[in-house]
Design a protein. Structure first.
Length: 185
C-alpha cells in the first residue's frame, strides 16, 4: 500500500511538472501573454471549434506606434516596462476564453471567442483608448489596431485572418496611427 501511495504522489508530481513546463513553453515571460508558439498551438483548435459550433470570432492585431523610438530614446529596460504594462492591460481587458498573445516585438494578437464584428470594433476602440491613457513608465503610448472577424457561416484559417488584420494595421498606420481599422473577410 505504501508503494502505491508513493507512486501516486510521484505521478502527480510529474503531471504538475508537465503542466508547468507547458505553461513556460507557451507563455511570454515578459508580458504574461501567450507567446507565438502558444498562439499557433491553440489558434487552429480555436478556429475549428468556432466553425464547428457556429459562432463568430474576431482577430485583433495590435502594433505599438513608434516603439523603436521608445527603445532608442529611453533604453530597452523602459521598452520592457512598456511591453509588460501592455501585456497586463491586455490580460486584464479580455475574457479567459479569449486568446491573448505576444506575436513578436511590439505586436500582440487577440482571438476573441464568440465575438462578432460590431462587438469587436467596440472592444478594439475601447482598448485603443485604454492604451492611450495607460502611460507606462510615464510615456505616451498609442497603438494601431487591425481587426477582422469570421462571422457565423464563414470559414477561415488563422493565416487568412492574420493577413486581413495585418493589412488593417498598415491602413491604420497610413491613416496617422492610433486608430482601429476593420477589414471583413
Amino acid at each position: 500500500m505504501h508503494n502505491l501511495i508513493t507512486n501516486k504522489r510521484l505521478l502527480d508530481k510529474v503531471h504538475d511538472q508537465c503542466r508547468e513546463l507547458f505553461a513556460l513553453a507557451t507563455t511570454d515571460q515578459l508580458t504574461g501573454c501567450r507567446n507565438r508558439h502558444g498562439l499557433m498551438d491553440f489558434s487552429e483548435n480555436f478556429l475549428s471549434q468556432a466553425t464547428r459550433d457556429g459562432y463568430p470570432i474576431s482577430l485583433l492585431l495590435l502594433d505599438l506606434d513608434h516603439f523603436k523610438q521608445v527603445n532608442d530614446t529611453h533604453g530597452h529596460a523602459v521598452g520592457d516596462e512598456v511591453l509588460e504594462a501592455i501585456g497586463k492591460l491586455l490580460n486584464a481587458s479580455f475574457r479567459e476564453e479569449d486568446l491573448v498573445a505576444r506575436f513578436g516585438g511590439e505586436e500582440f494578437i487577440v482571438l476573441m471567442d464568440r465575438c462578432d464584428a460590431e462587438s469587436a470594433k467596440i472592444t478594439a476602440e475601447d482598448l485603443r483608448q485604454k492604451i492611450e491613457r495607460l502611460k507606462p513608465s510615464n510615456l505616451q503610448i498609442s497603438a494601431s489596431i487591425g481587426l477582422t472577424s469570421m462571422e457565423i457561416g464563414q470559414d477561415a484559417n488563422f493565416e487568412t485572418l492574420f493577413s486581413l488584420a495585418d493589412k488593417s494595421v498598415y491602413k491604420a498606420k497610413g491613416l496617422g496611427r492610433n486608430c482601429v481599422v476593420y477589414t471583413p473577410i
